[in-house]
Design a protein around this ligand. Sequence first.
Ligand SMILES: NC(=O)c1ccc[n+]([C@@H]2O[C@H](COP(=O)([O-])OP(=O)(O)OC[C@H]3O[C@@H](n4cnc5c(N)ncnc54)[C@H](O)[C@@H]3O)[C@@H](O)[C@H]2O)c1
Length: 247
Amino acid sequence: MPHNPSSPIGIVTGAGSGIGRASVALLRQLGATVEAWDKDQSTLDALPSDEHLLTCLVDVTDEPGVTTAAAEAIARHRRIDYIVNCAGAYLYASLEDTTTQQIRKLHDLNVIGPTLVTQAFLPALRASHGSIVNVASTVALKPTASNSHYAASKAALAQLTRCWALELGPDGVRVNAIAPGPMPTSLFRSAGMTEAQETELLSTRTATLPLRRAGTPEEAAVWIARLALEDNWTTGAVIPVDGGMSL
Ligand SMILES: NC(=O)c1ccc[n+]([C@@H]2O[C@H](COP(=O)([O-])OP(=O)(O)OC[C@H]3O[C@@H](n4cnc5c(N)ncnc54)[C@H](O)[C@@H]3O)[C@@H](O)[C@H]2O)c1
């Protein structure tokens, strides 16, 4: 598979934990330079120190912060070949228990966050004929109970992926997403679920999967890295990485 440049340079948001962290590790292993963005400094500090791995404290919902960090990244590297919009949050709540404040916060992060980051890098991505990878979810493709607004936010991101692919394809920019199934990360505890609720959710979801097990962040990272680094004539795809859950 042809790679873009010999040593691609890009951004991973939500890079301090879970799928983002596994993606940073694989991208580095494949020779890419990575700027790891996260809003949690302690997770960034725990990343291995490496001259081709820079860390940056950025909250992707903070528009001026994103604009400044993106301008600094472009000035530092002089090109950006890929961005991975991985930062996201979960909301486990029935319709009757969901508040408008929760919905706004969720969409701010899962929908507006990737939009702000992508907008900030658009001129650079057009110049490099780069690649955008969004991290959606299986629940964007297949409805599930008790997380409707999370599912709606990820469905919005999946559709943004397809629309942006149409819009940016003529400029040579590819836009794809992965749709992961259940993977044990800090996502569920960060959403306020107890350990028992997390175990129950993951075991219920995985019990009926065709592959009968949860996935790993490393399995998601394989597809993220391929879509980010390989110019393989793929755009507008939302690829399930979910043990068959979307079937
Ligand atoms: N774990 C799963 O089962 C699963 C399934 C489908 C989709 N996803 C998606 O994968 C992505 C990564 O989730 P994960 O499972 O690795 O969770 P995680 O909690 O391990 O990692 C999320 C990271 O995003 C960071 N983050 C949160 N808000 C941020 C903000 N405003 N700005 C910058 N960084 C921020 C967190 O600090 C954390 O490091 C999310 O978009 C999530 O919705 C996860």
